[in-house]
Design a protein around this ligand. Structure first.
Ligand SMILES: O=C(O)c1cc(=O)[nH]c(=O)n1[C@@H]1O[C@H](COP(=O)(O)O)[C@@H](O)[C@H]1O
Length: 233
């Protein structure tokens, strides 16, 4: 999937009117919209459809992580919405990811890309150590990404810092979806493994997931266009 515009804007809000207005406003300036637990838990499929009607491809970010049968059912339940991308947590293990991939294939030609979250971009080496995992974030991400590839997934969510290693490990076709994107001088907030949009794209990201730097701006479309200019430079 080489998108004309690699930016998927995270519409993290419970305000359905705002989400739809943002999607309409951003349509010519981003490649897609991401709807995650904040929006989907509040508005479900109906809210999803309201945003999807704008015509933007949707990344439905549910980060499923449960036993294989339950995750397969969770994926199956959202296939009628025809999302472009859905995700699970790689930490759910190979059997869970295989079950999710099998369920996604039931959509035939409308199969979404299925990707696995590796290590959240809000975590750094010290957070990882606190969870009892020894080794660097990069080693952890590479291990989980290899597991995801082996289970038949299309790609992973990772930070921009792992892109080069993952490209070496898993080749050019494995999709790398990258949040933790912060333009120069913008507020990092709760993200820890961050990079600028242009550096992340140059490293080889397929999708840049960007939320607050766009949605928190006074003029979200102008913020997205500014990022686009930085990508073209
Ligand atoms: O799966 C994700 O999309 C995701 C994974 C991850 O490791 N880090 C991460 O920030 N995200 C999502 O990406 C978006 C980033 O938003 P901003 O930090 O506002 O740009 C949020 O909607 C997060 O839920």
């Amino acid at each position: 999937m080489k998108l004309e515009n690699p930016i998927f804007c995270a519409l993290d809000t419970t305000d359905i009117g705002r989400a739809v207005a943002l999607a309409r406003d951003l349509k010519g300036s981003v490649g897609g919209a991401k709807l995650g637990m904040e929006f989907f838990n509040a508005h479900g499929p109906e809210g999803y459809r309201a945003v999807a009607e704008t015509g933007l491809p949707i990344f439905l970010d549910l980060k499923l992580h449960d036993i294989p049968n339950t995750v397969a059912g969770g994926i199956r339940a959202v296939l009628p919405l025809r999302p472009a991308i859905v995700n699970v947590h790689a930490a759910g293990g190979a059997a869970m990811m295989r079950a999710a991939a099998d369920a996604a294939r039931e959509a035939g030609d409308a199969r979404p890309l299925l990707i696995a979250v590796t290590l959240l971009t809000s975590l750094d080496a010290s957070d990882l150590a606190d969870t009892g995992v020894t080794g660097s974030p990069s080693d952890h991400v590479r291990r989980l990404a290899a597991l995801a590839a082996g289970a038949g997934l299309d790609g992973v969510v990772c930070s921009a810092h792992e892109i080069e290693a993952l490209r070496r490990d898993l080749g050019p076709d494995f999709k790398l979806v990258v949040p933790g994107i912060r333009p120069e001088k913008s507020d990092v907030g709760d993200q820890k493994r961050v990079m600028t949009p242009s550096q992340a794209l140059a490293s080889g990201a397929d999708v840049l997931v960007i939320g607050r730097p766009i949605t928190g701006a006074g003029d979200p479309r102008a913020a997205a266009d500014e990022i686009n200019r930085s990508l073209a430079a």
